[in-house]
Design a protein. Sequence first.
Lengths: 312, 308
Amino acid sequence: MTHAASTESKVPQAGTALDPTEPDGGVVGLKKPKPGKAKKPGESPNIFAGVFGWVWLAVIILPIYYIIITSFRTSQDLRANNQLIPTAEPTLDAFILVIQNDFFHFFFNSVIVTASTVAVVLAVSLMAAYYITRSTTWGGTRLFQLILLGIAIPVQATIIPVYYLIRQLGLYDTLWALILPQIAFAIPLSVLIIVNFVRDIPNELFESMRVDGAGEWKILGSLVVPMAKPALMTVGIYQALQVWNGFLFPLVLTQSRDVRVLPLSLWEYQGQFGINVPATLAAVVLSALPLLVAYILGRRYIVAGLTAGFGK
Amino acid sequence: MTATASTDTAVRDTGAGKRRQGPTFLMALPAVLFFGFFALIPLGGVLVISFMEWNILGTPSWVGLDNWDTVINDRPFTWRALTLTLLFVVGSYLFQAPIALMLGVFMAGQQRYRAFLSVLYFLPLLFSSVAVGLTFQSLFSPYYGMSAALPFDWLPNDWLTNSDIVMYVMIFVVGWCFIPFHALLYQAGVRQIPADMYEAATIDGAGRIRQFFSITLPQLRYTIITSSTLMLVGSLTYFDLIFVLTGGQPANAVRILPLDMYITGFSANNLGHASVIAVILVAIGLTMSLALNKLSGSSKMESDKAGA
């Protein structure tokens, strides 16, 4: 509560600030201003905001705190002692049990599926976005409309035909069954985000490269890719999170232990460990660790990347 | 595919000389193939299967409108699932949107404690839906969860088994998962608002609340549209957490359409009926997206030249 602890709460009422010289319309009319800092100087601390901020922190932290302290218990300990106070006798038994049950195998399945899906999505979406924004034929606009339609397709609703297709292709219960459809469903949003960046590249840059004799692939590599970098980061991070955490496709399209990915493994662990709740929660903690490490190492990168492409 | 790259070849090759050259369709082909095969064909396929009888193991066979007739006329649960879906979508929006907006504005502030809190607000994004589901399943357990640990008699201990409150519990947990992401969107949006707008408003004597409604909100309108679309269409098709936490129980009180579709199709093995439910879902989803799009006019092609 450090900053929020102020003596006076100077929060004027909306009604007191009647200002005839500055109608709301004038403010609304100001379109797309230059970036700047939102914070105004010389202002009193906002008590309401401070309290709200710390309360939300408590809401966010309590469940995370709970799973961490629980994963260091035994299940007898969990029932016998206060569940929100860390145990006096911490143990790694739960983690060991999880690791002995093929955790790393499932982890690598997730890595393979996520990495290959995101790599293909980035490549094909970038190419499609380049075509959409720079094509001189009617195809670009048509394709963009189709892609926009795709954003509205709820993935869940198509799972039954996808299941049928995957079975017919003989891909059921393989990692391909997870990679191929997830590429397809990641394309619309990815293309939209990249298009928003690529169409802002001035035409003159393309013209001058063409005059210099650069082919389309050369232009793509040395002009489009560098200029669309924020969008590519957003797509990469956002889709990696989606695929890494995805549950429905693995649930419906895979079955055997060999091709199990992390989210599905958590679900199966729960059935397997039963009343050994600390073991289940240790698996939950372990499953979040790789992303936590990534977050600690590249926080600024990740946070900026996650939102950069949505800013338009 | 680089044949038309240099200026003279392009002019010579194309009979209609006025055409400027650009990338060929080959650039877009891989995306079109993936999207067409695994997204568009299934979209048509779900409509086709809705006219077939198919129990997972056998071969699908035509039954005409039977599935539709049964699901819409002889299955009261369909309407209940629709109502529950509506309640879930609206409830989630009313819970998530204001908190995400306020958090975003809060996180955009330059104070150091806010930067610190923002780092922690991100944490839910590191957990998968299944992980969050298992977390709250334990936390809400009457035997080893929050209610067992805290000495408050008024605290319910049947969070997940009481059909009167389970819907609100779901709305809360789903919000816990998704509010951080939307708050980030708003934070980025607020940071693009120029400081001089606030300075001018302060000189004119506008207070904090007045500034929020006259500057912050109008300036955030694109962010609000993006975030609202993702929230509404997202909750409409949301499945993972509710499935993991409840499986639709108790008393089917949270069996919203996507979950109803899954249970009908893959637990009860009636893929024909499930496809009817899926088509209804697609119809609602498309209608909602198109309406939101119309509202915002965001499908236009030309650039806004944002400073992002």
